[in-house]
Design a protein around this ligand. Sequence first.
Ligand SMILES: [Zn+2]
Length: 306
Amino acid sequence: MPNNHHAANDLADQSTDIPQVGLAIITGSANWGLAFPEDVEVDGVRTLRRDMSFETPFGPSDNWKLLEFDASITVEGKTKRALCMYSHGNPRDHIDHSCHRRAFWVLMKAGVRQVLACSTVGAVNKAIQPGDMVINADIIELSQTPFSLLPGRQSFDCSGKQIVCPRSAAFLAETARRHWPAECRVHGIEQQLVAAHCYGPRLTTPAEALAYRSMGADVLNHSIAPEATLSREIGACFVPLAFVTAGFNDYMDRDRQKLLQEDVLPSLSMTASRVALETAARLPANPACSCQGLKSRQPAERSIRF
Ligand SMILES: [Zn+2]
């Protein structure tokens, strides 16, 4: 079981090396096969440092990059920096779902207020096709993230409402619609689509896909729940950039051994990566939205008196 007993302050001194940035980009299967952002040709984006590691109360967090967006491409006309981590590859040598808690501890100490997370999804809504991009509005997380970062047991309330930032989603959709292939669609947050979370690495079985579909899911995602929930816990806006690599019929065909539509990912990973970087550049540094207020401090007497 994850150990929640460490106080985040125990290693406060070890956070001094963490760059202070407002923005984080979490990369994943949407960027597979690419060195992000080095292989993505977006003018004005450069990698200041790579292979950065930080100590956290839960162990080391590796493979961080520090990115810089030139003043010429940011909405404020000022240089800004972002932390970037490849979540599907962290750590590099084994599967460890608790890596998200270490990563978001780093982002909390960095002062991050906006998180853009890239991934691929499977669609269990028949109208959503491979190649489509989906900015879902809600998530289903049956287990609730076991890797909470909230200090104290009852010090804070974290709302499940507006788990995806509508303001960031609007910037993302507008950027994506300028780049996405015309034969595919960009499903924006206004469609109120739902992403169910199921941890990988095993892909979803036909029975699981049907179960999530019957619960109201439109797409299935292996990484979104800890990313969305931990963003809420650190008081940051969260927006997912995901595209579809398997459709409903791909899940259901038990005679076909492959699930993923193999040709979708290589053609869209570069486009998705470009959309991620342009969106990151265009997100206002000071998010004027209501997401931060959805984490609220509980009255002191609830934790003092028991
Ligand atoms: Zn927001």
